[in-house]
Design a protein around this ligand. Sequence first.
Ligand SMILES: [Zn+2]
Length: 196
Amino acid sequence: MNALSNQVRAAEHYRLEFCRRPLSSSLIEGSGYHGLMTQRQRRASARPLTPGQRARQLANLANGTTLLGLALARAAGTVVSSGPRGLVIAAGYRWHLPRAGAFAMGNVIVCRTSAEQLASNTALLGHEEKHCSQYACCLGLPFLPLYFLAAGWSLLRTGDPASANFFERLAGLEAGGYVDIRIPRPAPRDAGGIEV
Ligand SMILES: [Zn+2]
């Protein structure tokens, strides 16, 4: 337990140090999450964590996925800043893979947009936050193979990696920018009952 709390302290120290440092000369912290946060976002970021949010933060620190997320964020030259509810935002991701506009690794949410753009998209932020919780529930790295299995299953069943993906459905398909192809859509008005 002592070793765990030492590890958590070290990781937290590393995270704080990491977040303080600008990672790219073109994308400095001033343009990051805190730089252009609205009053409401600033208040949300400063709000004390709920027991559940704290447990998620500690779990993802202890299982190593937040550190992995920070290492990835650094390697990719993103701008790292503290987000709300114990999350870390890594903005300005430019690598080709994964192709998603945003993805989570531990408590780190990596996005292609700026941090303030992500913060203002509360649906997407909430969606990615649920993936952060899923990391904690799966004890960290096991989340990744489980997620890819679920995506493969979904692809086989529906031809789409998200529509029948347990993790994406739990996080909210629409919030994540996915279309649920299992929901039949009404035919266009001028289809005139012609079967195609
Ligand atoms: Zn998702």
